[in-house]
Design a protein around this ligand. Structure first.
Ligand code: ATP
Length: 478
């Protein structure tokens, strides 16, 4: 009985990338309004991949350029997420790729620190291992230079040194053995051998069949995103070599035709095709499992597009943003705008009548205010900034309030939306200071709709007189 533990298990793994539309001017204009990315094309870099890798195994991954080898190693190392399927990883994974995994703007030393922290090493452990890692990397004084200045061989040396000192359970080596110089490659191989003897798992991505043959217990051959073969090196390598030789011997135009056809298959792939493949390969799958697969795939469907719920949330946020902007530029409070949305919108958008302050409710804090006092009637005249409008307004309101104004009592004015202290003072033909004096202790730095203000008696009477005079004049002229 095989007692080996499964270290990596992939089930119906797929990876879909969205290809951006070509950048001609027609597409550029379209892309600006293409919120749902409808012009983007789906490209399936991996399609329905399933395999298992056990404890202590070294599995080689081979295939032509663009076959999906790096995409697969990036999914297994957790750098990118798969589109469908499951990946089960039992243990810590560390990846060394010739061209990936480094922060290019950081120095070699900073990258060592960053990776060590990501692996959960403490500051003390990092300090203890730092010199050892730097020495293994052979980078000498270059360790403090930004990684973007390194050659690919130098990057591989740094990556490999970090990885072997992290001591992971699963090591992914993506083309890293082919870029260093011979002494470094020999040193790296020795470390990998030690690693293997400890019964750890290695995923080795390489174009070099000799390296694959030397190291691998099993080989996965990927071709344009799908597994063409998975088995012992003796089985798979000859099949792949035969295919690679056939491909190389094709005339250039036939090579191009073959590539175009294969890429088209990757573009035409879909979740429906994946589902059909799964049900065909596993006809005895239980109804429950089938539903699970179908549900899982449905969830992944169009995952880069906005769902209905997201669209609704987006629409709601947009409306709220516009509404709050209108509230911000008006003198109304949010509560008022919501309670009287029509008059608020009329006032803001159609520039019609100002919004009435809410009866019995104060302004900003939404606190209750007492209703207007009947023995001290509230001035309901429309306040305008210029004196002419103010006097016209006085005329209009004469019938309702001139007698009250001409009395020697104080008038109480209820502030309306759009009023300022200056405009109120103007409309009564009095000074701002006199209003302030008549309302001791009131902070007039901000006035709110619904706020009640005493208008001083003397000037009030004067305002009424002026108002009446204006009316008489008007009467003569008519
Ligand atoms: N981010 C991405 N967006 C769109 N397409 C991508 C992306 N990453 C990879 N691809 C495409 O996915 C396919 C597989 O790429 P991948 O790098 O995995 O191939 P590979 O087998 O590692 O190639 P190579 O041997 O040249 O390193 C390629 O056609 C590539 O263009």
């Amino acid at each position: 009985m095989d007692t080996k533990k499964i270290k990596i298990k992939a089930d119906h793994l797929s990876k879909k990338f969205s290809l951006l539309p070509s950048k001609d001017s027609k597409n550029k204009a379209k892309s600006l309004v293409d919120m749902n990315h409808k012009n983007e094309k789906d490209f399936w870099a991996l399609r329905n991949i399933s395999f298992e890798i056990c404890d202590g195994e070294c599995v080689g991954v081979i295939g032509l350029n663009g076959a999906g080898k790096s995409t697969l190693s990036n999914i297994i190392s957790g750098q990118i997420a798969q589109t469908t399927g499951q990946v089960e990883i039992n243990g810590d994974v560390s990846i060394i790729a010739a061209n990936a995994g480094m922060q290019n703007n950081l120095s070699g030393r900073e990258n060592i620190r960053l990776k060590a922290l990501m692996m959960g090493m403490t500051n003390k452990e990092i300090k203890e291992k730092m010199d050892e890692i730097i020495e293994f990397s052979e980078l000498g004084p270059f360790i403090d230079q930004p990684v973007k200045t390194y050659s690919s061989g130098m990057k591989a040396k740094l990556g490999f040194s970090i990885m072997v000192h992290q001591d992971p359970d699963i090591m992914i080596v993506d083309e890293a053995l082919s870029v260093g110089d011979k002494t470094f490659v020999d040193k790296s191989r020795k470390k990998m051998l030690e690693f293997r003897e400890q019964g750890k798992t290695i995923l080795l991505v390489s174009h070099d069949m000799r390296t694959i043959k030397e190291w691998s217990d099993r080989v996965i051959w990927l071709n344009y995103g799908e597994v063409k073969a998975y088995g012992s090196p003796e089985e798979v390598i000859p099949q792949y070599t035969k295919f690679a030789n056939w491909f190389k011997k094709l005339p250039k135009k036939d090579q191009k035709k073959y590539k175009t056809e294969q890429r088209q298959v990757q573009l035409d792939y879909s979740l429906e095709k994946l589902k059909a493949e799964i049900t065909k390969a596993e006809p005895n799958m239980s109804r429950r499992d089938l539903i699970e697969v179908a549900d899982g795939l449905k969830k992944q469907k169009d995952n880069h597009r906005l769902s209905i719920v997201s669209k609704l949330i987006l629409a709601f946020c947009t409306v709220m943003f516009i509404w709050l902007s209108l509230v911000a530029v008006s003198n109304a409070t949010f509560a008022q705008s919501v309670e009287h949305p029509r008059s608020f919108l009329k006032q803001r958008l159609l520039k019609a009548k100002p919004m009435k302050p809410m009866a019995g409710r104060d302004n900003s804090k939404g606190e209750k205010t007492p209703p207007p006092e009947e023995d001290k009637p509230v001035g309901r005249k429309k306040v305008r900034n210029d004196k002419k409008k103010a006097s016209q307004k006085s005329k209009k309101s004469k019938k309702s309030s001139s007698s009250e104004r001409s009395s020697s009592k104080n008038v109480v004015y209820t502030v309306e939306t759009g009023d300022s202290l200056g405009s109120i003072a103007d409309s009564y033909g009095i000074s701002v200071e006199s209003i302030e004096e008549a309302n001791p202790g009131v902070d007039f730095s901000v006035i709110n709709p619904g706020q009640r203000i005493k208008i001083p008696a003397a000037q009030n009477a004067q305002s009424a007189t002026e108002s009446e005079t204006t009316q008489q004049t008007d009467g003569v002229s008519q």
